[in-house]
Design a protein around this ligand. Structure first.
Ligand code: 5AD
Ligand code: SF4
Length: 349
């Protein structure tokens, strides 16, 4: 075991069999050692800044039917909404005036936002609000669409791979394929986006081999961001009788991901904060360095119900968040905050 850990700490890579052995045999002492190394590594690269992203959930319409997700198309209990171009510009503008420069625009897979409409929104945002970074999180699209959005000014794209096991992926995502998911992620990389992938912890039939596959998939893809969250059961989905994923396991995979991809931007996800009141502190202690705060009005936030009791903090509660960060020796950073390998040009503006 010691040999495997040293290899992980020194080379930031492991073979499949070593990783499976580690996941199967990591006791509390080992887990804590891994966490300490992950936290120190994060500090050595990004210092004590926690990068804050302002998240706008602009549509909860979705054509997909992911088995775990409350927004799935078949769920008729959802009160669906879409924001207009003006509403999007208004809410981002308000947060811009507050000081935020990094925005995530998230929605279900909603074809209402065509290539032209979404490009137009992105162009207008970039014109009106100088120095912002726009991250899209809108699901699978064609290469051509991704290209248009990039030309329009989108900087980053989040598309979790959810699980790197093809069989598990296809069971949980009816009418979707893992091949197509990979196509999207590699297209986004080829188009020079800062790309975010990531996976769910505690999916049905997961095992150490599948979790090791997730890490090796990430190592090969080399995304700039990795979102990792526990599964949280939603009562109006086919997984309603299943159980939540574990926060402890999620923190362990945040640490392993940090050690595999030292420079990645890794959020302490909303799902972690939902299941654990001290999720923020624990996530940072495990190697997380990003936090997303919500900029939607309360009534719309409630309609964006991926899972129950989603604990979303508002961008306008920054003071409270900053205080929690200060208490553990960290600072909230609300500017663009690019991946360290990315052009530094935008930063100083
Ligand atoms: N529990 C946890 N995470 C979920 N997501 C969707 N539904 C759930 C759930 N029930 C995650 C998916 C998706 C992201 C936007 O939300 O990983 O990529
Ligand atoms: Fe749609 Fe995303 Fe939910 Fe899947 S996880 S049903 S793509 S909103």
């Amino acid at each position: 075991m010691r040999e495997i850990l040293n290899k992980l700490y020194n080379t930031h890579d492991l073979e499949m069999d070593e990783l499976v052995y580690l996941i199967e045999n990591a006791d509390t002492t080992i887990i804590n050692d891994i966490k300490d190394h992950a936290k120190a590594l994060t500090l050595s690269i990004y210092g004590n800044k926690i990068y804050i992203r302002a998240l706008l959930e602009f549509s909860n319409y979705c054509k997909r039917n992911c088995m775990y997700c409350g927004l799935r198309n078949d769920n008729e209990e959802v009160d669906r909404f879409r924001l207009t171009k003006n509403q999007i510009i208004e809410s981002i503008g308000k947060a811009y005036d507050f000081g935020y420069r990094s925005f995530v625009m998230q929605s279900g897979e909603d074809e209402f936002y065509t290539k032209d409409l979404l490009s137009d929104i992105i162009i207008t945002l970039k014109e009106n609000f100088k120095g912002i970074a726009i991250t899209l999180s809108i699901g699978e699209r064609s290469f051509e669409e991704y290209k248009e959005f990039k030309i329009a000014g989108a900087d980053r794209f989040l598309l979790r791979h959810e699980t790197a096991d093809q069989k598990q992926y296809e069971k949980l995502h009816p009418d979707m394929s893992f091949e197509e998911r990979k196509r999207c992620l590699y297209d986004l990389k080829a188009l020079d986006y800062q790309v975010g992938a990531g996976f769910l912890v505690g999916l049905p039939n997961s095992n150490p081999t599948i979790m090791a596959k997730n890490l090796i998939f990430l190592k090969n893809l080399e995304p700039h961001m990795v979102g990792i969250g526990p599964l949280i059961i939603h009562k109006d989905t086919p997984l309603k009788n299943y159980k939540d994923g574990s926060v402890e396991d999620t923190l362990f995979y945040i640490s392993l991901t940090r050690l595999f991809l030292p420079k990645a931007m890794i959020p302490v996800t909303t799902a972690v904060n939902t299941l654990d009141k001290k999720g923020l502190e624990k996530g940072i202690d495990s190697g997380g360095n990003v936090l997303m705060l919500n900029l939607s009005p309360q009534e719309l936030k409630e309609k964006y119900e991926l899972y129950k009791n989603r604990e979303t903090k508002s961008v306008y509660d920054l003071e409270k968040v900053a205080e929690r960060l200060e208490n553990i020796g960290y600072q909230a950073y609300i500017k663009r905050g690019d991946h360290i390998d990315w052009s530094k040009e935008e930063e100083g503006k």
